[in-house]
Design a protein around this ligand. Structure first.
Ligand code: CDP
Length: 237
């Protein structure tokens, strides 16, 4: 991939509900970069598998479905929806943005994401977007695998309790009733699965800057990121 184009890519990784998607979205808006949340792509494959009644452990069929999946991601404004979404996800033209956040998807997404064939297909789609440059890309393996040459890599963390609290409150806002304990258990389980899988396990790149969001306000975190050398060097952003 051209290093010139990648001179303007920001890779953001981190565990479940660490705040990386909100931070990536706010940062992209501030610096006028494209925003891509790769987690929604793994969630979309998982939803499609569930909708088709396919067995989660039927790896071969899941990979074939991924290769054929007609997946669209659009800025929220395009469909004129103003319901708190950061972007719209379409499968075969159908808006599935909120279905991707269901508990069923949360429970199954890590297993689907562990399949090499699923990852290679989605990583190619992510790189095709990355080569356009000026992108903030968020996930688990962006700094290590998808855009290893990105000049700025952030790894966003927060305590498991704080992350569970945030995810639980997000769901309460959508009238999706779960308990704090359920969210905590899911987050711990997913982190373990994502961090220990054979293909592209979640981990910070060696050159990633670790940002702990546990007791910080979002605006302060964005200012902290914008004060990093990378942005000083970009000057005219
Ligand atoms: O929002 P949250 O942090 O809960 O999760 P997400 O970013 O939407 O990602 C959902 C799941 O997709 C993760 O638990 C991983 O299993 C998988 N994923 C991945 O394997 N690689 C990525 N680049 C992004 C997500």
């Amino acid at each position: 991939m051209s290093s010139q184009l990648l001179s303007k890519a920001v890779a953001i990784d981190g565990p479940a509900a660490s705040g990386k998607t909100t931070i990536g979205f706010m940062l992209a808006n501030r610096i006028n970069y494209l925003f891509l949340d790769t987690g929604c792509m793994y969630r979309a494959v998982t939803l499609a598998v569930l909708q088709q009644g396919m067995q989660i452990d039927d790896e071969e069929s899941v990979v074939k479905l991924t290769q054929k999946l007609e997946l669209g991601i659009e800025p929220a404004g395009i469909l004129g929806r103003d319901d708190g979404r950061l972007y719209t996800v379409l499968i075969g033209g159908q808006d599935v943005t909120w279905e991707l956040r269901s508990n069923d998807v949360d429970v199954n997404v890590s297993q689907i994401s562990s399949y090499a064939g699923v990852r290679s297909n989605l990583v190619s789609r992510q790189r095709a977007i990355g080569v356009r440059g000026q992108v903030v890309m968020v996930g688990r393996d962006i700094g290590t695998v998808v855009l290893p040459d990105a000049p700025l890599k952030l790894y966003i963390v927060a305590s498991a309790e704080e992350r569970a609290r945030r995810r639980w409150l997000e769901r309460e806002d959508r009238n999706d009733n779960t308990t704090y304990e359920q969210n905590l258990a899911d987050i711990i389980r997913r982190d373990q699965f994502d961090g220990n899988r054979a293909h592209s396990p979640m981990r910070p790149a060696d050159d990633a800057i670790i940002i702990d969001t546990t007791e910080k306000k979002l605006d302060a975190i964005i200012e902290e990121i914008l004060a990093l050398d990378y942005f000083e060097q970009q000057g005219s952003l």
